[in-house]
Design a protein around this ligand. Structure first.
Ligand code: SAH
Length: 341
C-alpha cells in the first residue's frame, strides 16, 4: 500500500484527480495528515465512502510512544517511537526561550561507526521514510502540547545517507498547507558525506548545514570517524566552501571535546588554520559519555581555553548547553533499541 503521508501535495492532487475526486478533497486530506490524525475516520469532512476507499488503498503511518522520559533538570522530553514494522527510533524535544526544537532521527541505527556515538552501535537497520520523519515532528508536538518551531536532523542516523527521503521530508514539513516550518528553522547535521553536501548545495535551501568535524587532523579524525578515510578533511572543507559559495549560508561545525585527544592548544591552532577563510561557527560540545566507549569529556578549563583560542583568531565558537543528560537525551546518546529498565 502507498504511504500517503510521504506524498507531496502535488502528488496527492494528481492521485485524487485520477480517482475522479474534486481537487479540494486532496487539500482537505493533506491538511488532516499534517495535523497528525491517526486514522482516515478522523477526517470528518470527507464522505464516509471516500474515507473507506482511502483506508483500503493507502497506508497511514502513526508511531506509538514506546517510552517517554522527561528530564527533571530542564524539561527536555525524549520519546522512543515504535514504528509500523516494530523498529524504534528516538526524538528529543528541547525547550528554549526562542521556541521549541525537535531533534529527529533519520534512520533506524547508523552505518557511520563513529567511536563516540551510541546511535551507531549495532549498525544500520534501515532508512526512515519521509512520513516517519514527519511523524516524529507531528506527534512530539501533539503529545507534549508544545508548538514546534525548529527542527534539527541530529538524532539517530546520517541524513545524507538517506538523501531522497530527507529531501522529501523537508519539502513536506516546509509546505505552507502543512506544518509550514521555514528552512531557516531547520538544521541538518552530517558526519561529512561529500557528495551529499554537494547535492544539497545545488538545491540552495536556506537551512543550516552542520558538519560534525570533531578533529582538525586526519589521523585523529579517521580514528574517531571512519567516514574520514573516504572523505578526508581537505575534501570535506572544500565541499563546505562550495556549499557556502552556492548558498551564502555559514556552516556550523560541531566539535565534541574529548579529553586529551582533540582539545589541546595544538589542535586549536590546527583547527584555526583549517577553517581560515571559511565563514563558520564552531559549536563546542563537551563529550557526552556512553557506556561502550572509554573516551572522556574535556575539562571545563580545556573547553574554555579552546574557545578562547578560536575567539582570539576571530572564529565564533559557542559551548553547546547540554540538555537532557539525566535521560540520555544528549548528542550521541540516542539509541534505536527499546531496553527494558
Ligand atoms: N550523523 C549525523 C547526525 C547526527 S547529529 C552527524 O554525524 O552529524 C549528532 C551529533 O552529536 C553529531 O555531531 C555527532 O558527532 C555528535 N555526537 C555523537 N556522539 C557524541 C557524544 N558522545 N558526545 C557529544 N557529541 C556526540
Amino acid at each position: 500500500m502507498t504511504d500517503i503521508k510521504s506524498m507531496t501535495r502535488e502528488e496527492l492532487g494528481a492521485a485524487f484527480a485520477a480517482m475522479g475526486q474534486p481537487r479540494f478533497r486532496a487539500g482537505q486530506v493533506f491538511a488532516w495528515l499534517h495535523r497528525g490524525v491517526r486514522s482516515f475516520d478522523e477526517m470528518t469532512n470527507l464522505p464516509k465512502a471516500l474515507r473507506e476507499q482511502l483506508a483500503g488503498q493507502y497506508e497511514l503511518t502513526a508511531p506509538a510512544v514506546a517510552r517517554k522520559q522527561v528530564s527533571a533538570k530542564d524539561g527536555t522530553i525524549k520519546y522512543l517511537w515504535r514504528l509500523g514494522d516494530g523498529h524504534c527510533v528516538e526524538s528529543v524535544l528541547m525547550r528554549y526561550h526562542h521556541g521549541n526544537t525537535v531533534c529527529i532521527s533519520s534512520e533506524v541505527g547508523c552505518a557511520m561507526g563513529c567511536a563516540f556515538c551510541a546511535s551507531t552501535k549495532g549498525g544500520l537497520v534501515r532508512r526512515l521514510r519521509p512520513s516517519e520523519m514527519l511523524d516524529q515532528v507531528l506527534f512530539t508536538g501533539l503529545d507534549s502540547g508544545a508548538p514546534v518551531s525548529n527542527i534539527v536532523l541530529m538524532g539517530i542516523g546520517e541524513p545524507l545517507d538517506n538523501y531522497d527521503n530527507v529531501r522529501r521530508f523537508l519539502a513536506l514539513v516546509n509546505d505552507p498547507e502543512g506544518m509550514n516550518i521555514g528552512m531557516r528553522h531547520i538544521s541538518l547535521s552530517t558526519c561529512g558525506l561529500v557528495p551529499g553536501i554537494d547535492r544539497l548545495a545545488e538545491e540552495d535551501l536556506q537551512l543550516t548545514l552542520s558538519v560534525s568535524l570533531h578533529a582538525p587532523d586526519d589521523a585523529l579524525r579517521s580514528s574517531l570517524m571512519p567516514v574520514n578515510r573516504r572523505y578526508p578533511i581537505d575534501e570535506l572543507l572544500a565541499a563546505c566552501k562550495r556549499y557556502f559559495e552556492k548558498t551564502g549560508r555559514r556552516i556550523s561545525f560541531e566539535y565534541a571535546m574529548i579529553d586529551g585527544r582533540n582539545d589541546t592548544p595544538e589542535m586549536a591552532q590546527l583547527l584555526i588554520r583549517r577553517l581560515r577563510g571559511l565563514p563558520a561557527h564552531v559549536n563546542l560540545i563537551p563529550l557526552n559519555r556512553i557506556e561502550e566507549s572509554p573516551l572522556q569529556p574535556s575539562t571545563r578549563q580545556a573547553v574554555a581555553a579552546f574557545q578562547k583560542a578560536l575567539d582570539d583568531a576571530g572564529i565564533t565558537a559557542t559551548v553547546r548547553r547540554t540538555l537532557g543528560s539525566d535521560i540520555d537525551a544528549s548528542c550521541g546518546q540516542l539509541r534505536k533499541k527499546y531496553e527494558q529498565t
